[in-house]
Design a protein. Structure first.
Ligand SMILES: *Cc1c(COP(=O)(O)O)cnc(C)c1O
Length: 360
């Protein structure tokens, strides 16, 4: 049950649906697998998955068994592909919850064959330049031929992952695409769905679209280069929980890392690093109140932080925007990521389950 909470993540489903249909318009006949790993990039797993299913997305991508089970529990019935390497003790549940999963070595294939009598739908993962999980093309080919002879395997997919596709005309990406395309020419992959493109692939490498695409960050509204019609659907918001007037020369928060220069007004915002709002934002980040930017004052605490609003007015209960737009103001996710010395993906994923996701 969701109870009232003063900090929340708001998802604009209209914008999210627009992002998905914009991607559709770019990929022609390719199928659309939406990655929803890590709580749908922090957007909220079940809510995003339901919206995607209703919008006609063909498949959802998760990182691990647990996320797939959660989706089935939420009533999701479209195909779900588990990207990560599987572990022996997960095999029975992968099949029980009707999840498609990746085979990335013959060892893993043997483990599955030993455990299962019923058929499972698998995707062969091929190494083309990421050096993460996946078999080298020659080995993959041999295993594909072997899988086809084994009764427990239904080989439905073959895929690889691009390491540098955020850059246009990148030689590594081009080489990966070539390697992969050469492999899937083989007759054993006839009728097997080939997929390679992440967000960067969808944007910069149409030749990587193949049978299915897997754009994540772009679908949530953050393409690495602007794409018309695609925009964020995510905002992080809170409500002022406290107001006070502080005299000049007063230290604020743990370690008194911030000292007021003059008599000023200070408000408290009920979110902290315990929610995944990074402590690195202490006296670097800002927030929006009434559409205007104000600086974070002092160190971010586990559950709250303070903001110096100078001589401006603000009342307890008023809305604070930490990521997103308010009036004419905007705090983009990219700004927060830069201040934390990281990438947008990480900022989104770290915002944890204590913050409710509200779908509007
Ligand atoms: C995360 C992931 C994606 C999506 O990547 P984006 O950069 O968010 O588009 C696609 N494929 C696999 C295998 C992934 O793990």
């Amino acid at each position: 049950m969701q109870t009232a909470h003063p900090t929340w993540i708001e998802i604009d489903l209209k914008q999210f649906r627009q992002n998905m249909s914009r991607i559709r318009s770019m990929i022609g006949k390719s199928r659309f697998c939406l990655p929803v790993k890590a709580n749908a990039y922090g957007h909220g797993l079940a809510g995003i998955a339901k919206a995607a299913q209703e919008a006609g997305v063909d498949c959802l991508g998760v990182s691990c068994l647990q996320e797939g089970v959660q989706l089935r529990g939420a009533g999701i019935s479209i195909p779900i592909l588990v990207f990560g390497a599987i572990h022996e003790d997960q095999i029975e549940d992968l099949v029980k919850y009707d999840l498609e999963f990746s085979i990335s070595s013959s060892l893993k294939a043997d483990l599955v064959a030993k455990k299962l009598s019923r058929k499972c739908r698998v995707h062969l993962e091929v190494e083309t330049g990421m050096q993460r999980t996946g078999m080298r093309p020659q080995t993959a080919l041999a295993l594909a031929q072997h899988l086809k002879t084994m009764p427990c395997f239904d080989l439905v997919g073959v895929y690889s992952h691009l390491a540098t596709a955020d850059r246009k005309a990148d030689p590594v990406a081009i080489a990966q695409i070539q390697t992969f395309k050469a492999l899937i020419q083989h007759p054993v992959f006839h009728q097997v769905s080939a997929h390679l493109a992440n967000s960067g692939g969808v944007i910069h490498y149409p030749e990587s679209h193949l049978d299915m695409v897997r754009p994540g960050l772009m679908a949530y509204g953050y393409p690495s280069t602007p794409v018309e019609g695609i925009a964020p659907c995510f905002s992080l918001k809170s409500k002022i929980s406290y107001f006070k007037v502080v005299e000049a020369g007063v230290g604020i928060g743990y370690g008194h890392q911030y000292t007021t220069r003059q008599r000023t007004r200070v408000v408290t915002v009920p979110i902290g690093y315990g929610d995944g709002y990074r402590r690195a934002l202490s006296h670097r980040g800002s927030v929006l109140i009434r559409g205007k930017r104000f600086p974070i004052a002092g160190a971010i605490c586990m559950d709250q932080f303070m903001v110096d609003i100078g001589q401006h007015e603000a009342f307890v209960g008023e809305e604070v925007v930490l990521i997103g737009k308010q009036g004419h103001g905007e705090i983009p996710l990219t700004e927060i990521a830069a201040l934390c010395d990281t990438i947008p993906y990480e900022v989104l994923c770290l915002l944890n389950g204590r913050i409710p996701r509200i779908f509007i």
